[in-house]
Design a protein around this ligand. Sequence first.
Ligand code: ISE
Length: 336
Amino acid sequence: MTKKILRVGVIGCGAIGKEHIERLTNVVANTVVVAVYDYFEEVAQSVAAKYQIEAAPSGEALIAREDIDAILITSTDDTHAGYVFEALKFKKYIFCEKPLALTAEECQEMMAKEVQIGKRLIQVGFNRRFDIGYREMKQAIQAGEIGEPLLIHSAHRNISQAAGFKTDYAITRVAIHEIDITRWLLDEEYEEVQVLTVKQSRKTSGDWLNPQLVMFKTRSGQRIDVEVQTDGAYAYDIQCQVVGEDGTLNLPDPARVLKRASGHYTYGLTDHWAKRFIDSYDTEFKEWAASVLKEKLVGPSAWDGYVSCVVADRLIQSRISGEAEKIELIEKADIY
Ligand code: ISE
């Protein structure tokens, strides 16, 4: 791409779609949003009016436009794969929010298409890889500062979920972040994974299982536990502690004012993921746009999307079987 400006089309104008449109318009350099599409026409029209851009009549029409170089997919999970395949037909760059697809087979098909084209076109929205805290932890691990990492304790706590939430979403929408960030931190693939049942919270606003305890074991034997609370937690709180032979690393909380007042010393907690990870999303899109303009994607790939789908599928199976489930992956192509 010899262009200096990346022209993006956005499919899906829900909460995260709107945030990314604002980000691409006013935060990320050398990027413009040219057109948007949403299943609900009036939503697309109102976003288009706000940014004085066009609302496309369909996702397919938006993808086909010659004045659009890259497609951002932030529509509902079940529509991701269809739009990715359509954009691949036009060899367009694709940023797809997680999950990349509902099945690992679809991810395999996407990878086969990228291999055929001869380069990566897909990036998956695993934003935590762009969070400054996780990045410092990875650097410290790689520099050998805590010796060999042995295990990780982590927690993913949410205050609420959108209507229609289901038990499986605790894996495919929530713990999917830990599935990805842990293998990225440790630079390891998983050997087996498991979901353990836990005493249930009375604060769950629906009939799904909450909390769930998710466990991974890596090929070299490291163990990871993830407490997944999808509803009713005291805050949006993300914890991660890597335990190594020579020390530990803790994910820092985002900077907040330390308050001394009314006889207490307090530090505010965040209530929503969009606030907790705002800087990571900004960095994610700045780096994505720069890499697309250089025609060399470096962020989370279709392979990472594939692994997370395999692992999510096995975790859901483990909840049903009550057993640890083995992870089997296909061979990784050279472009990844
Ligand atoms: C949301 O999609 C996220 O990405 C958040 O990190 C997660 O905590 C939340 O539960 C999801 O709905």
